[in-house]
Design a protein around this ligand. Structure first.
Ligand code: ATP
Ligand code: MG
Ligand code: MG
Length: 575
């Protein structure tokens, strides 16, 4: 029993659904291919495809392509890619459930002809301004169009002329005849067809009349035998129209029961994030970001480039739940989901983001000149099966600039030079451990003429290597991450932060551009473990102490390492 729509559009026989299939849930994800998907769409994808997966149903991938001027194949491709990346597909039991509103243009046209014939639609030649003025308000009923009661034959002929290209854009529309006095404005004779002399990315120049979204959508759902047509709350007031239209088409024998039902849920809103396509486009066009896939963008391509994983995205979407009440999700929930996913699977590596050179001045005496000391560490501290990584300790290593302080605050356990304290007491330099290596004792630093520190000096404390019996012979509180100067890999590291500094960037009529965080991107030259030289673009790591980083999908190539910070280890924005 094949329930999928396969017959000739307009033939009610395609509704001959088998009893088995009738029990199944059938949802759809219906984007308009007019831009890149964002995190709100991810929520809708996870909801619709997730419901189908969890209840043994099918989710249709459908393009609502009824606006020829704004749509493009580029967007179609990126949307299909985004859905698959999130881990969903539209193939069920060997059937591709990939549809387009434009597949149904012929049917929609004939359904409109039927509505005219049955007295449920008419061609209106009022101007757009007149129509707006006559629609009324929440408290005032609308006024009938002078064309509302023109004979069906006249409307039918005009509608045909519209289709045949005999009328200019905007000169007339086809409207459903419902109720101009309805308290629900959506029922005051909504327009269902408009003239657009525009080329469509799929149907070319075949059509110059296009169905309105409100007309097309219920028909698409019905033809595909969708059971749950899930949309955002703004469409709640459209439901009576949705049901009215389908009921008329059933009366005319164009559709058959069971009909789809519309269900609404609150759209996803996230603090510090903008999800309006128009505003996102402005960020791109005005070059506040480096394109739609800028790692600071809430687009799926942007989040992916930032280092978000499909698992983290799905976890986030599941956790935010599906409700009817408006809610604002805290941005940190997004990062929490990412950390949770990456903590378990990201290999670890050492990286120095703000490097200063550390010279181990007794190297030759301890090891002999030219010696390099092999060190190793687990790839993941809790997963031995991920293996070990190796790197060499050498006489010069990079350490973080903040790991040496001439005037340390109380409780500082990293490197400090020998000095005399306030009471005149001679203090030795601090001892700390080079992680996975030796304990070292700080002996001072070198400076340039301007007084800037150019190198930190220290001595190896022999027989204290990590993993050897002597490791604990000298107790230290500070552990320092490092990368060999001669063997480390230089990398461009992009330190991203939130794009907006306000929780509600576009609240209260404020210009959202004023809320842009000027420090949302900082680029540094860092050094990373030599083993990362063979890293493939798109691979995530935890850089110990610093956070999660991903090899940039676009710019990371052999010979030029580029990493993006996905998120820090802890929430640095906690209130
Ligand atoms: P825009 O109005 O910016 O053009 P849209 O939301 O209308 O965007 P569509 O391509 O029509 O974009 O959306 C496809 C689906 O994604 C719709 O079913 C819509 O309800 C859903 N969706 C869009 N934004 C959100 C959001 N913030 N939260 C939940 N679902 C959303
Ligand atoms: Mg839309
Ligand atoms: Mg919208």
């Amino acid at each position: 029993a094949q329930r999928r729509f396969a017959g000739t559009p307009g033939d009610a026989a395609h509704h001959a659904a088998g009893p088995l299939d009738t029990a199944k849930i059938r949802t759809r994800f219906p984007p308009e291919p007019n831009g890149y998907l964002h995190i709100g769409h991810a929520k809708s994808i996870c909801l619709n495809f997730g419901l189908a997966r969890d209840y043994g149903g099918v989710c249709h991938m459908r393009f609502d392509d009824t606006n020829p001027e704004k749509e493009d194949q580029e967007f179609v491709d990126s949307i299909l890619d985004a859905v698959q990346w999130l881990g969903f597909g539209w193939n069920a039991n060997g059937t591709e459930h990939l549809y387009h509103a434009s597949d149904y243009f012929e049917f929609m046209y004939r359904a409109a002809q039927y509505l005219i014939t049955a007295g449920h639609a008419y061609v209106d030649a009022q101007s757009a301004d007149e129509m707006r003025a006559n629609r009324g308000t929440l408290t005032e009923p609308g006024k009938d169009s002078p064309w509302r009661n023109r004979p069906a034959a006249e409307s039918l002929a005009l509608f045909e002329e519209m289709r045949d290209g005999k009328h200019a854009d905007g000169s007339m529309v086809l409207r459903a005849k419902v109720d101009m006095a309805s308290p629900n404005i959506n029922l005051r004779d909504p327009a269902i067809y408009r003239i657009r002399h525009a080329e469509h990315h799929r149907t070319g120049n075949k059509w110059c009349v296009y169905p309105m979204y409100a007309y097309a959508h219920p028909i698409e759902d019905a033809l595909e035998q969708i059971t749950h047509s899930i949309c955002t709350l703004e469409f709640e007031d459209q439901r009576p129209w949705y049901d009215w239209l389908l009921a008329r088409l059933v009366e005319g024998g164009l559709l058959a029961a069971p009909l789809p039902h519309q269900y609404e849920f609150a759209r996803l809103n996230v603090t510090y994030v903008i999800t309006s396509k128009r505003k996102l486009k402005q960020l791109v066009d005005d070059k506040h970001v480096d394109g739609w896939d800028d790692p600071r963008m809430p687009t799926i391509v942007g989040l992916r480039r930032r280092g978000y994983t499909p698992e983290a995205m799905r976890l986030f979407c599941e956790r935010t739940g599906t409700t009817k009440s408006h809610s604002l999700i805290d941005y940190s929930s997004l990062e929490i989901a990412l950390r949770e996913d990456l903590d378990e699977k990201a290999p670890r590596a050492m990286a120095v983001l703000d490097p200063v050179k550390l010279k181990l001045t007794n190297w030759d005496a301890v090891f002999g000149a030219g010696h390099v000391e092999p060190c190793s560490a687990p790839v993941h501290p809790h997963h031995e099966d991920m293996g070990r990584r190796s790197f060499n300790l050498t006489p010069e290593v990079w350490i973080e600039r903040e790991d040496f302080m001439e005037e340390p605050p109380k409780g500082y356990h990293r490197l400090t030079p020998p000095r005399t304290d306030a009471a005149g007491l001679e203090l030795a330099g601090n001892k700390a451990r080079l992680k996975y290596g030796y304990v070292i004792e700080c002996k001072g630093c070198e400076k340039d003429a301007a007084g800037n520190i150019t190198a930190v000096l220290a001595e190896i404390v022999p027989d204290t290597k990590s993993g050897t019996p002597g490791a604990d012979s000298v107790k230290v509180k500070g552990v320092i991450t490092w990368v060999s100067v001669s063997e480390g890999l230089s990398a461009e590291v992009r330190l991203y932060d939130r794009l907006f500094k306000e929780e509600h960037p576009d609240a209260g009529g404020r210009d959202f551009l004023e809320a842009i965080n000027p420090d949302s991107k900082k680029v540094v030259t860092a050094f990373v473990e030599p083993g990362l030289a063979t890293t493939e673009a798109g691979t995530s790591f935890q850089f110990e102490r610093h956070g999660y980083f991903v090899a940039d999908r676009k710019d990371h190539v052999a010979g030029k390492a580029v990493f993006n910070r996905s998120c820090t280890l802890k929430d640095s924005w906690a209130k």
